[in-house]
Design a protein. Sequence first.
Length: 223
Amino acid sequence: MPKTTGQSMASVAYDQIRADILGGRFLSEEKVKISDLVKELGFSLGAVREALSRLSSEGLVVAETNKGYRIAKITESELADLTQTRVMIESECLANAIRNGDLKWETNIVAAEFELSRLPLHDPANPERSNPAWNAAHKRFHEALVAACDSPWLLRLREMLFVQAERYRAATLPYERQSRDLEGEHRALAQATIARDAPAATQLLRDHLNKTRQILMDTVVGR
């Protein structure tokens, strides 16, 4: 049985299932088998149901009347809208952070980028899946870039969009290995940000986000 360490069992179940969704374990529209999750992860039926209800409110799973849950569908139209909106919001967060950031902010960006560069993208235990440690470091890196933004609402919106985008990014894993240099993209983005070059940094961010969109448009979405 999983340890709760102060969290409710439902919260632990939510964190685990959410991480699996964002890490690419489940496919678009795949049926979520609650009994399998209960057996595999050791959570109670009630905890898993509550976790899936929370994930449904986030749009990561879809509740079907009398049929349980499915992973939310990946679609071309949603991806295009999501990417465009994320570019707008995250670019504004980054430009704001560049205006307001201090030395500690710069130091945290350097540390986050270095940590990310030292981790393999793919799970060593299962190369077809994203590495959970890389996913966590990737989240910290993008948070570090915008941490000095002084608008809580912009940051909240950015976080919501980031979560949805991670599900799409996980779908590009089989195709990213030969088509892009993620480490180079992150390094260039960090360097431009620390240099306080807002036009260059926001352009690199736009290119970075649109690259994921293009890979999916070319290889995954709509198949």
